[in-house]
Design a protein around this ligand. Structure first.
Ligand SMILES: Nc1ncnc2c1ncn2[C@@H]1O[C@H](COP(=O)(O)OP(=O)(O)O)[C@@H](O)[C@H]1O
Ligand SMILES: [Mg+2]
Ligand SMILES: [Zn+2]
Length: 456
């Protein structure tokens, strides 16, 4: 990095208006908080080369002549992690690890560093904690410390010199929000800083073939504080999706250039670090599943893995004003549609009832295949009928109250059978092509009404 101060300007991200200083409101488009500090491009004469466009240019070759370099993935030995990222870490890749404060980013990263240090030198930069804090965590986690270098540093210029000195194979930046580029005046964590720092780190990573992990905090609404822009730059985005109040930590791959997405890793936070969970389906079932009205077990495919998940519903008379719909772990809008279907197609009066939905274990179900279970949970809570024991329910619900086919039926049924389930209420349209030969009794339904009758 050049030590000479670069000239920076502030640019409206909405309309491109430029200003020498930060402005709250854009004079160009009247939007608020759109200004981001950027490097001012020098005007180049034709024989000057543009800035930093080199670094990892390959030259041009006929596709036929390009040889495929086979890369060997590096196993971290943390099975759950290796599985979710597609079999191990790809050398030279750039990974973003996000999550709420306290969820376990530094813990997981230090565990991974311990494993990686057996393959090559790790440089762990912490801008959040002192050297002794990181050291004492490393002691608690009992990781190999031989090949790990630590620096408590936030200045990118110093980080770059540390990289040049240590020449690590693996680099950890904990976190991107505390790292700042000294040539920019905006605060650490701002969009401009995060963008410039990440871009610089990417250049180093790709030119020196360093595998980089960038840690970042996430705000309540699930955005990486400030910078979603990071997601485009990196190869892999991993994100802890639940809250730290839960013992279990769910890590989800949102983007993965080298493996599957929407794959999840389920960990338990222990004193000695994040440990994989033996039987993940069990943690999403409560002790009294299927003995209380309103509780229904469904099956959701998370990545490549079927999980049994319990859905709990409570229906209570609205005391005042508009009926409330509160949902945790499922898409609120889908629940509202399902409630409308129950009212209009089946005649369950819910317009003066509060409806609460909770997905056990803090997981966020992304599939629509649990629609039918949500509908049955609400109906069960409303009429006080307990769903029969050891029964799973799944299917997508349409606006007419019809139950639509879902995918991977055999996997769902096999997982349920493994956990001792006896009965399954599934879309009838799935029966034709079903190649399941197990012991579960299957009830095919065409609409929500028959599913509710089947649980009576
Ligand atoms: N001695 C301990 N025993 C068990 N868990 C601990 C211990 N110390 C910290 N933790 C867990 O580690 C979490 C903090 O993890 P950390 O990796 O620092 O999170 P992040 O880097 O995402 O902010 C705490 O919320 C707590 O659950
Ligand atoms: Mg941390
Ligand atoms: Zn503007």
């Amino acid at each position: 990095m050049k030590s000479k101060k670069v000239k920076t300007i502030f640019v409206c991200q909405s309309c491109g208006y430029e200003s020498p200083k930060w402005l709250g409101k854009c004079p160009g488009c009247s939007k608020w908080n759109t200004f981001v500090e950027e490097k001012q491009e020098p005007i180049l004469s034709s024989n000057q080369s543009a800035r930093q466009l080199t670094g990892f240019s390959s030259g041009t070759f006929p596709l036929n002549d390009v040889t495929v370099k086979s890369f060997e993935r590096i196993k971290t030995g943390i099975k759950e992690f290796d599985h979710m990222i597609g079999g191990g870490i790809v050398p030279g890749s750039l990974t973003l690890l996000g999550g709420a404060p306290g969820i376990g980013k530094s813990t997981l990263m230090l565990q991974i560093s311990g494993a990686l240090s057996k393959v090559g030198t790790v440089l762990y930069i912490s801008g959040e904690e002192s050297l002794s804090q990181v050291k004492s965590r490393a002691e608690r986690l009992n990781i190999a410390k031989d090949n790990i270098f630590l620096a408590s540093e936030t200045n990118l210029e110093n980080i770059v010199s540390a990289i040049n000195k240590i020449q690590p194979k693996f680099l950890v930046i904990d976190s991107i929000q505390t790292t700042y580029h000294p040539e920019f005046s905006s605060a650490p964590g701002s969009v401009g800083q995060v963008r410039e720092c990440s871009a610089e780190l990417l250049r180093i990573a790709k030119s020196q073939h360093i595998t980089v992990f960038i840690l970042g905090h996430v705000t309540k609404d699930g955005d990486l504080a400030g910078p979603r822009i990071l997601e485009h730059i990196v190869d892999t985005v991993l994100y802890f999706e639940n809250e730290k109040q839960q013992i279990y930590r769910i890590l989800r791959a949102y983007k993965n250039r080298f493996g599957p997405t929407s794959e999840i890793g389920i960990f338990e936070m222990k004193a000695e670090g994040l440990k994989e969970v033996e039987n993940p389906s069990l943690i999403f079932l409560s002790e009294n599943s299927n003995t209380v009205a309103g509780n229904v077990v469904t099956s959701s495919i998370e990545g490549t893995r079927p999980l049994l998940i319990e859905i709990q519903s409570l229906v209570a008379r609205t005391n005042f004003g508009l009926p409330r719909r509160m949902v945790s772990g499922y898409d609120l809008n889908r629940v509202i549609i399902i409630i409308a279907v129950l009212e209009k197609r089946i005649g369950i009066p819910l317009d003066n009832q509060d409806v609460f939905i909770n997905v056990v274990g803090g997981i966020k179900i992304k599939e629509t295949a649990s629609d039918l279970a949500i509908a049955c949970a609400i109906a069960s809570a409303n009429n006080g009928v307990v769903c029969p024991d050891k029964t799973i329910i799944f299917g997508e619900v349409g606006l007419a109250g019809e139950v639509r086919a879902v995918s991977q039926i055999r996997e769902r049924l096999t997982e349920a059978e493994k956990l001792g389930f006896k009965k399954a209420i599934i879309p009838k349209s799935n029966l034709k092509s079903l190649n399941y030969k197990g012991k579960i009794e299957i009830i095919g339904v065409t609409n929500v009404h028959s599913a509710i009758q089947a649980i009576r």
